[in-house]
Design a protein around this ligand. Sequence first.
Ligand code: PLP
Length: 481
Amino acid sequence: MDAEVFRRHGHEVVDWVADYLRDVERLPVLPPVAPGQIRAQLPEAAPVGGEPMEAILRDFREIILPGVTHWNHPRFFAYFPANHSGPAILGELISAALGVNAMVWQSCPAATELEEVVMEWLRRMLQLPEDFRGSIQDSASTSTLTALVCARERMSDFTINRGGLGTQGGAGALQIYASREAHSSVEKGLRVAGFGSEHLIQVGVDSTYALDPADLERRVAADVAAGRRPCCVVATVGTTSSTAIDPLRPIVEIARRHGMWVHVDAAMAGSAAILPEMRWILDGVEGVDSLVFNPHKLLLTNFDCSAFFCRDPQALVRSMAITPEYLKTGVDPHVTNFRDWGIPLGRRFRALKLWFVLRYYGVEGLCARMREYLALAQAFRQWVDASPDFEVMAPVKLQTVCFRYNPGKSGGKSPGAEELERLNRAILDEVNRSGRLYMTQTRLGEIFCLRLSIGQTQTQREHVRQAWEAIRGTSVVSAPR
Ligand code: PLP
């Protein structure tokens, strides 16, 4: 594709993106397609000859777009927000054009140094400890896996990397602790890092669904008494289900006594700590070893962009670095080679879009948007609280509200647990099928809950209000009883 053809289609695509972002609200959030419907419209094999861009873009609009779930829709309230912004999209576009691989400093000095700079900006914004150093990873899952490998290596004096898990001989099994509300990426990390799921010790939670330090203490003591070796605690700041906040200070205190690594999974909630009034969620972070949060969740930086901080980059390098001849450069002693700070060798130039976002909005702009998300969640919580037949199921500390329909809330006979689950599932199915909003569910303890997660870039109060009206208007709720 020569420059002029690229320019023509580039303009067309940028125009399309601008229109899409302006008009996305008119589309159904969840596409009304059946499994296999999109694939059935596509050829089984790649075309032998090239095709014109006109045909490719037409098929994008006619075949692919109708099967897209619109994460950028202002009434997308499912899973977690993966919010975006104009500056982030433009940064991503330029990054694609540059096509650099930021694996070592020399492979793109600007990418490495900009990454160092924006990570330092984020460190200051979250008031993380001064000795924390950050790198950008693709996901919180990868960051947590990296932290688990570091914990494993530090605990084994960096011998497992060399000899494998089997070489630990009679030494007791390495145990990892996380609350039972921790994200599934923790267990996946354990599997991949060779600890084994059985060595994930699920710690009990308190009434707010946050890790109970007394239970952690008990479980660690039991393991020590049985000859097992406490290795790492993964604390969650902002659990996926209900954004519960594990208390870092007492966790660190227990971990320190046993030489454990403390990793903080703040994938979604971490961004909120840019607000001075929310910084309490990281109280005690001075004592942790590593922390991850995803600017791609609430900081207007489109997916993927995960900020991974570590107190001791040498632990990372000792766990991760392998230096074949073809990757050596003359400046290695003087520079950061981010390939040694994580799992993949190849690394995208993600710092660019983050830099665009941080500069375009400034800290104040990002704080203002974050405050709006938190305020919208509080507004929704109040509507639920005030309603005669819906109830809030967990404290609303951030931008997520767990709630359920319960016609027995204001007296009268409450349906049994199974019936309540059936009614709430029916509400969820109906609103999602309507295309007006998209919401997902969770389970708190045994209780099935609806879950509204606020944080899309364009979401305003009217959208949250419309969601509440759509929920209240479902046949389950509005049918005469
Ligand atoms: N940890 C928590 C607390 C999360 O909420 C999520 C995503 O929802 C993850 C980890 C996984 O994040 P990622 O998709 O970046 O691996």
